[in-house]
Design a protein around this ligand. Sequence first.
Ligand SMILES: [Zn+2]
Length: 258
Amino acid sequence: MLLYFLQAQKTITLDAYRWIPTFTMLLSSLREVVLDANLELVRRGLVLYTFGNVSGIDREHGLVVIKPSGVPYQEIKPDQLVVSDLDGQVVEGNLRPSSDLPTHLLLYKAFPAIGGVAHTHSEYATAWAQACQPIPCFGTTHADYFHGSIPVTGSMADHEIASDYELNTGHAIVRVFRNIDYAAIPAVLVAHHGPFCWGPDAAAAAHNAVILESVARMAYFTRGIHPDAQPVGRALHDKHYLRKHGTYAYYGQAKEVK
Ligand SMILES: [Zn+2]
């Protein structure tokens, strides 16, 4: 942290960091993970043009790596990702960070166990968000990943939109999770906007965004086939979620991370 303090005090230049192996190794590793997580959104068809963003955090140093704003995914190089502290001060990077950075930072502060955040405008999840409808758990695919319906935030007030919009988006999300375990339901629909997902790291956050889109799509079809379709019962929901997560999980191989 001394290095960051010195940089903040302008007693050390950013160029000097490049000659400090530990710093370079630390950030380069996180940058690779975050870049690949961003590209996963492209590979899975979740983003158009420059929509969406994934970040990852180094909790030890309180630094967040996030996609730069407005740069096409295919052109992003690891050193173009932006490093910010938790106050939103850019500590390394020549490009502006994603405009959603304040939302990501608030989620990192409010949800201390998460290591990555992913935001997309993927079509089916965004359709549910625009309809301001939570996504019910209609089946075991949903239950495998989310221990409950995917909640939707309240609509934001005009004054919340007029100033600090991205920060207030974060507050709207956190309010929803006052009585919901963010680790058990690592996704939310921001009303009239789209989904935010998170996970233990950036790759997990992107993975959850992909699964959420699939679940949202299936739920849409389920409602279309049968408008009065009911969510799965608690027993089936718990069975599928708890066999993959928690103390008594048994899904997958013994040494596999579940
Ligand atoms: Zn957005």
